[in-house]
Design a protein around this ligand. Structure first.
Ligand code: NAD
Length: 479
């Protein structure tokens, strides 16, 4: 690889200056170099922000339909490149190719659904104070939106921010994760020649670059990532009085009541826990099982984990890819040890893995920990890996109390044959998303939203996200 292989620090390329600093991405299944990217300099960051500010004047005054038509063309371009995109995602993030393809498909479905919401989003009329008067509640774009995204869903998370922000007339500067920028670059490049200049920009780099962007003159910040980073961004945004949407971590519980179909519940929990090797904010990481079926659930889960096929995401048949970053692999290893030291039983897994097709890869065995202690790290901490914790309950009260016994509030599931218990869970589980009798996969038209430590402000995906990207105005016309 030569210096000329370094990919640009910013898009569109606003300067020919050689990059002073670069960073690299590596295939987590093999340890091989995937990409080398420039790190944006402070000057480049200013240029990109000015560029996005300049693009706002024209973009913001177009009609919603015109913007949505152009965005629909952009989505078609992305779809045409779906196969390259899925391979780039798997190379940097590690997930099985089937999951990369599914992520792109879901991203596009959500995005198209959002265009439908955006075409209908706008002013609402209210009765005026006297005959002939009219009152209108207007929504206007905010200006330049900063979007910061993590490494686990390199296509889905950026599109969940870009589409509603752009459709409502904002311009966007995207800062993708430094571990998985390839997909974001392809998405932004696909907009060239479709969206006007200055509408969609990208800045590459890690925390220092992101901090500079957060402190800059932007009009809204949409962040998805970890709680510690979210707190930092929230503090700066609060100081600058910039609206912020924070989509953060989770420690999601699935309650399994005594049910006629334990197998179906265990299948759903296994899929929800181990897709993307558990590196999903909505992964089920705790399963809280009625004491009468606890032993059967443990056996059923151990068997299902044994059936997972670890390996490189690019290999046929792989169902458990590598852990994306070395730091994440260390964190998983450390937290599993801490849970065991604190008394959790190890029912299977608990160690790093070396699949024969990927001897240099970053793999962790699918793991089942057992604890009834809500203070145990396996119960409290977001491990963000292929690790599930099983606990038991004896009454409906205890099930709900245990499910709610963490700081997080992203998603939860309940498997029960009793309608009353399901209804109670829907009103008492303290999570933004609640699933009855299925895993934690969200729909394309529903708000994707966390509460408590899992999120602040409006979530994404559903129609309500459009409100975050717009300001509200009360306009009066006298008769
Ligand atoms: P992270 O917080 O480390 O990084 C996320 C992004 O923030 C990256 O682009 C990173 O460069 C940037 N960043 C790092 N330090 C920063 C700082 N000081 N100021 C501003 N930006 C900074 O998260 P991650 O490890 O990439 O992702 C994993 C986390 O994301 C998990 O906690 C997961 O639950 C969460 N997540 C949440 C959702 C959701 O919708 N709720 C979705 C996906 C992932």
């Amino acid at each position: 690889m030569t210096g000329s292989d370094t990919r640009p620090a910013v898009l569109p390329v606003t300067t020919n200056m050689p990059c002073k600093h670069v960073f690299e991405t590596h295939d987590p299944a093999h340890g091989t170099l995937v990409g080398r990217y420039g790190t944006a300099t402070p000057e480049q960051i200013s240029q990109v922000l000015d560029h996005a500010r300049g693009g706002f004047a024209d973009w913001s005054v177009r009609t919603a339909n015109e913007r949505c038509d152009l965005l629909a063309t952009w989505l078609e371009r992305i779809e045409e490149q779906a196969e390259q995109l899925s391979h780039e995602m798997t190379a940097e993030q590690g997930k099985p190719l089937a999951e990369s393809r599914a992520e792109i498909g879901k991203s596009l479905r959500e995005a198209r659904q959002m265009l439908g919401f955006a075409r209908a989003h706008g002013g609402t009329s209210m009765p005026g104070r006297a005959p002939g008067w009219s009152n209108t509640i207007l929504r206007r774009p905010r200006g330049v939106v900063l979007a910061i995204t993590p490494w686990n869903f390199p296509v889905l998370t950026p599109l969940r921010k870009l589409v509603p922000a752009l459709a409502t007339g904002n311009t966007v500067v995207l800062k993708p994760s430094e571990y998985t920028p390839a997909a974001a670059m392809r998405i932004v490049q696909a907009a060239q020649g479709v969206l006007p200049d200055g509408v969609l920009c990208l800045v590459n780099g890690a925390a220092t670059v992101a901090e500079r962007l957060v402190a800059a003159n932007v009009d809204a910040i949409s962040f998805t990532g970890s709680v510690p980073t979210g707190r930092k961004i929230g503090a700066v945004a609060g100081g600058n009085l910039v609206p912020v949407s924070l989509e953060l971590g989770g420690k999601n519980a699935a309650i399994i009541d005594k049910t006629d179909d334990l197998d179906a519940a265990l299948d759903a929990v296994t899929a929800a826990a181990f897709q993307c090797s558990g590196q999903r904010c909505t992964a089920v990481s705790r399963v809280i099982v009625h004491a009468d079926i606890y032993d059967a659930a443990c056996t059923g889960l151990v068997n299902r984990l044994a059936a997972l096929k670890p390996g490189p995401g690019s290999a046929e048949g792989t169902t458990l890819g590598p852990i994306t970053t070395p730091a994440q692999l260390d964190k998983i290893t450390r937290l599993v040890r801490a849970a065991q030291l604190d008394g959790a039983g190890l029912l299977t897994g608990g160690h790093r893995l070396t699949p024969k097709e990927a001897p240099d890869g970053q793999f962790f065995a699918p793991t089942l920990l057992a604890t009834d202690d809500p203070e145990n790290p396996a119960f409290q901490d977001e491990i963000f890996g292929p690790v599930l914790t099983i606990s038991r309950f004896h009454s409906d009260n205890e099930a709900i109390r245990l499910a709610n016994a963490t700081a997080y509030g992203l998603t939860s599931a309940i498997f029960t044959d009793r309608l009353a218990f399901a209804r109670r869970a829907m009103s008492e589980l303290m999570t933004g998303m609640i699933h009855v009798n299925h895993g934690t996969a969200p729909d394309d038209n529903m708000p994707f939203v966390g509460i408590r430590a899992s999120g602040l402000g409006t979530g994404s995906v559903g129609a309500s996200t459009l409100d975050f990207y717009t300001t509200e105005h009360a306009a009066y016309v006298a008769g």
